[in-house]
Design a binder for this molecule. Structure first.
Ligand SMILES: Nc1nc2c(ncn2[C@@H]2O[C@H](COP(=O)(O)OP(=O)(O)OP(=O)(O)O)[C@@H](O)[C@H]2O)c(=O)[nH]1
Ligand SMILES: [Mg+2]
Length: 1014
């Protein structure tokens, strides 16, 4: 559909970074991003003006259209000409601009797509629904934009809902808009304050490290300095203020939108006032004194109509009233004439919606309003801030600590130059798949890299990558190697393109550059082949300009552009850097908030299809930044996705695009954790154990860790992992940077462990996998090295004890799920006198491991055992009449409401709940069925929580009589379902473990017949 006419001149613009705007559209789900994008596309003639807001052109997948939600980010390149030099007071820009627009999904399952989009942009359009206001995902996307240091522009969308649906008066609507603006600005303020305080703190820390006499810095002076930091910082550019032109009011469905400037322009002549004055006063507490023909302050105090209501909203409301309510054709024609709008007789025959669209899209064209604001307000690639460059380059350490040649790249970023002397720096934020029929050069005879690889070439490439990765990462990797192949292998035409932003230099087909993976270290030693680990040389394939689904080949990608690059599959896994120099570091990791949590096992319906499924899984892994693919020890192929909707999309992709085989999908496998409660009578809970060779005797007790400690360990798994690697002697360059974090963690741990009887120094190991939230504590007289000390050579006993503990914590006795928040205290450890030293070490090793493991399991069982559930935080918006139904659904799924409040200025309630992940499947569907018009529940992982139900409870268990509470929990006859036991049973059944009390043989017909015949 992309017209070639529109593309003319694009190439010239691509060379001029001053005239480029790279922007993305961000918002909560369903706030109207894709509808808004439609209007921008229509302004370029890519789709018909009449279909804008209804077509949702960028939602080009069939399931996106069916479900009405976006599931992947799409990019499109647009052109826009600023008609005038802007109003007085705004920076004068004019001429034609190139806008690379990325529409992102709002559903929380796909927030990985948002991270990849935000990284390549310089600005964002943050869309907010005028009725729903600032929602959960709005907060997240604003935060993401902030973290990436990109400038946002606010679009308050669906203003038409305030008119026709909510039936607010213009004055009420004004209050509502004011409120939304306040909400969002409060958020921006909070982000700014926390950032500034953090910066001040960091600065102080650095200073303190330099000064030896740190003692002089009392708490009081520290506080003063923090305040000073906030006061000194300039936050003027931070807030959304309509008078500055960074707020657009819109209705994407009805095709209209405006920033204040538009009305200032319209009224300047009419009222004989200056456009600049109107620009400053149209929003705010100002009113028009008709007699004096002057604008005055304090409209509210004087009970006057604010200017915005009088000049803007009243007019809009009248238009809607004339068309939708009065349906008065004569009046409509009169209004149209007054506004200078052409009205076609055909338009008058349209339904009110169509007529409104026809009129308003002429009067206040949305595409123009938004693109004008984008070109004037958002920065060009050349305006990239120093702060952003530094944060892109320096992930682990301060920028000043980077090697010299790396620091020297900063001017190249700032210059954004496409000169031949400029180094090439491009960041690939994701790899995505397109069908080759959408590549503009599909029919061209010249083969392109990335499209025309032979089978052998693909196999050779894959093998090379596998070997390289094995060398770099060592052994023990269970994750399948995500090696991509081009779809041609199976006769289908699937091409993988890298979604990239060129920050400096140029990139064209055939260039040989370095491809640097995310783990690449600038000062890493050279490995085999003359290149450091995670670096490789690659010849760049064809370069494409992205036009939605269509990809247009372009000869060169210049600095400042967002492009698609072929030929990188198998070289970069998902993200990475392309550079002409090895001094370029891997960029900071993408900020992402979604955790893959929903697991399913997949298998082909026909066993012979297994190789195709495996191949398909590899392709899916490469093409989707949020999915994880595992091959479990049991031989199952497991897919881990961010949520239910994401899972459905992945399965569809697998079946239809990547594997093209029918597959069976298991019910979702939800992870659980196992833990213990500590009882008062600690004496009973100790267990004793002896190794079979009687060399070692061990007494151990399991206690629960304080909740804060568990959380701290969970959050710092990365630090603990590095600690372990260092103890194992696997030194990695970033380990040095971890020291600081480690000291911080130790301090925090000491604080949380206070009162628990566990000292920091007595901790000998963390587990499972040496970095989990369980600890092994030595309280015996036998010295065991603390986990914080460097590992002593030859302390084989400790290694074996730690290995046993790690095995035990990996799979607990309830249902072989990992343990969490358990401390195993070694109370006594005796060694029999050895006659033959050498033999004892080698033969006894295995026995120690298995005995310690067994001791841990028994110690665990000696305490009251509990299951821990993963919990989702879920915000549901519902109107008051369906509130009861929402509550009943939540409580039936064992969820609980943590907050419910009315969204200010509307009839809608916002209900925040905590819901076990294992009970969440089908929630969206159920909510939709039971209560019409409900916002989609957004599920985000929150935390792990102990399920306060004893899985082994039976009346009178443990010799005690059932208490009132027990009866309340389990019913009079204890016949209420024990859902802890139910979960345990489900997991055990899935894992093929023995389930006590479960009938193994279900229909033993034969035996019964024999008996009856007797
Ligand atoms: N009344 C009204 N409805 C709108 C407006 N803009 C969008 N909608 C409707 O809101 C729904 C969602 O619109 P989309 O554009 O798909 O929203 P989105 O933000 O792209 O949604 P996701 O990509 O799934 O996050 C659709 O039914 C639109 O018709 C508007 O201005 N007014
Ligand atoms: Mg969308």
């Amino acid at each position: 559909m992309a017209s070639t006419k529109n593309q003319e001149g694009l190439a010239a613009l691509q060379r001029d970074p001053q005239r480029i705007r790279n922007i993305c559209i961000l918002a909560h789900v369903d706030h109207g991003k894709t509808s808004l994008a439609d209007s921008l596309l229509a302004s370029n003639g890519l789709i018909s003006q009449r279909l804008a807001g209804r077509l949702r052109y960028l939602d080009d997948r069939p399931d996106e259209q069916q479900r009405g939600i976006t599931m992947k980010a799409s990019a499109i390149t647009l052109k826009h000409t600023l008609s005038d030099g802007g109003s007085e007071g705004t920076p004068a820009h004019s001429g034609t601009f190139l806008v690379n627009l990325i529409d992102s999904p709002g559903h929380v399952d796909f927030c990985g797509e948002v991270s990849t989009a935000v990284r390549v942009c310089d600005g964002a359009l943050v869309v907010v629904d005028a009725v729903e206001g600032c929602a959960a995902q709005t907060v997240q996307v604003l935060r993401q934009a902030w973290l990436e240091n990109i400038r946002p522009l606010l679009v308050i969308n669906k203003v038409d809902r305030l008119i026709s649906e909510q039936q607010l008066s213009p004055a009420e609507a004004y209050q509502r808009l004011l409120h939304i603006l306040e909400q969002i600005n409060a958020l921006m303020g909070a982000l700014f304050a926390s950032h500034t305080l953090r910066q001040t703190e960091l600065k102080r820390e650095r200073q303190r490290a330099e000064e030896d006499d740190a003692k002089e810095n009392t708490a009081e002076t520290l506080y003063d300095d923090w305040d000073a930091g906030l006061e000194a910082a300039d936050d003027s550019a931070l807030y959304f203020q309509p008078e500055k032109g960074n707020v657009v009011f819109a209705s994407a469905l009805d095709g209209w939108g405006f920033s204040i400037d538009r009305f200032a322009e319209l009224y300047a002549k009419k009222l004989g006032l200056s456009r600049r004055v109107l620009n400053l006063t149209l929003w705010g507490d100002f009113w028009l004194d008709g007699k004096e023909k002057r604008i005055k302050k304090n409209a509210r105090a004087r009970g006057k109509k604010p200017l915005f209501v009088q000049l803007v909203l009243d007019n809009l409301w009248q238009m809607y009233d004339a068309v939708g309510v009065k349906k008065d054709k004569a009046l409509v024609e009169k209004m149209a004439a007054a506004l200078g709008l052409k009205i076609h007789p055909r338009d008058l025959r349209l339904d009110p919606k169509g007529l409104i669209f026809a009129l308003c899209s002429q009067w206040l064209p949305l595409g123009k309003a938004v693109l004008d604001a984008v070109c004037r307000q958002l920065p060009s690639p050349v305006e990239i801030s120093e702060e952003r460059v530094e944060s892109l380059l320096a992930s682990q350490q301060p920028f000043a600590a980077l090697p010299g040649p790396t620091q020297a790249l900063k001017p190249a970023f700032l210059a954004c130059s496409a000169a031949p002397s400029a180094p090439l720096i491009a960041f690939v934020s994701k790899i995505f798949a397109v069908s080759s029929k959408h590549l503009s050069n599909h029919s061209s005879a010249a083969p392109t890299r990335g499209q025309a690889l032979s089978l052998e070439e693909i196999a050779a490439r894959r093998e090379a990558v596998r070997q390289r990765r094995e060398m770099a990462e060592g052994d023990g990797v269970t994750v399948e190697e995500p090696v991509a192949v081009s779809g041609e292998e199976k006769g289908e035409e699937l091409v993988f393109l890298a979604f990239a932003r060129v920050f400096s230099g140029t990139l064209k087909e055939g260039d040989e550059v370095f491809a640097l993976g995310p783990k690449y270290q600038v000062d890493a030693a050279e490995a085999e082949g003359g290149l450091p680990a995670h670096a490789s040389r690659v010849v760049v394939g064809a370069v494409y300009c992205m036009m939605g689904r269509e990809m247009q080949r372009m000869p060169v990608a210049y600095a400042g552009n967002v492009v698609g690059i072929a030929g990188l599959e198998g070289v970069l896994t998902r993200s990475g850097t392309l550079s002409s120099t090895l001094a370029c570091p891997a960029f900071t990791d993408l900020y992402t908030t979604s955790l893959p949590i929903v697991r399913v096992a997949v298998e082909p319906k026909k066993t012979t299809d297994l190789p195709r499924l495996v191949e398909g899984l590899k392709l899916l892994y490469q093409a989707d930044p949020c999915v994880e693919v595992l091959l479990q020890e049991s031989g199952e192929h497991v897919l881990i996705t961010a949520g239910e909707v994401h899972l459905q999309r992945c399965i569809r992709d697998l079946q239809e695009t990547y594997a093209k085989v029918d597959i069976n999908v298991s019910p979702p496998i939800v992870p659980f954790r196992e833990t213990v409660l500590t009882t008062g009578n600690g004496g009973d809970a100790s267990v004793e154990m002896e190794t079979p060779d009687r060399m070692y005797r061990l007494k151990m007790r399991a206690v629960s860790l304080p909740e804060a400690t568990t959380r701290l360990l969970e959050d710092n798994a990365g630090v603990l992992k590095t600690l372990h690697e260092r103890r194992k002697g696997k030194r990695r360059p970033e380990v040095a940077a971890v020291d600081e974090k480690l000291e911080k963690l130790k301090g925090e741990l000491r604080a949380t462990l206070e009162g628990s009887g566990i000292t920091l120094e007595s901790i000998c190991a963390f587990g499972p996998r040496h970095c989990g939230p369980n600890v092994l504590v030595n309280a015996s007289a036998t010295p065991l090295p603390s986990v914080w000390t460097a590992a002593e050579q030859g302390s084989g006993l400790m290694e074996n004890v730690a290995a046993g503990f790690n095995l035990a914590t990996l799979a607990g006795p309830l249902c072989e799920e990992p343990m969490m928040g358990v401390a195993f205290v070694v109370e006594d450890l005796q060694m029999a006198p050895r006659e033959d030293e050498e033999a004892a070490g080698s033969v006894g090793g295995g026995q120690v491991i298995s005995s310690v493991k067994e001791a841990c399991r028994r110690a665990f069982q000696a305490q009251p055992q509990r299951l821990m559930l993963a919990m989702y935080y879920c915000v549901i918006q519902a109107s008051s009449d369906v509130l009861g139904k929402v509550y009943s659904v939540v409580s039936r799924r064992h969820g609980r409401v943590v907050k419910d409040e009315m969204v200010e200025g509307s009839e809608v309630f916002s209900i925040a709940t905590l819901l076990p992940v294992c009970e969440s499947f089908g929630l969206g569907e159920e909510m939709r069925k039971r209560s019409s018009g409900l916002a989609l529940p957004q599920l985000t992982f929150s935390h792990w929580e102990v399920l306060e139900v004893d899985p082994f409870w039976t009346p009178g268990a443990g010799g005690r009589t059932a208490s009132e509470e027990d009866y309340e929990l389990y019913g009079d006859k204890a016949d209420a379902e024990n859902h802890a036991l139910k979960y345990v049973g489900q997991v055990r059944r899935r894992k093929g473990l023995f389930n006590a009390g479960e009938q193994v043989v279900v229909s033993a017909e034969k035996q019964r017949t024999v008996k009856r015949n007797k």
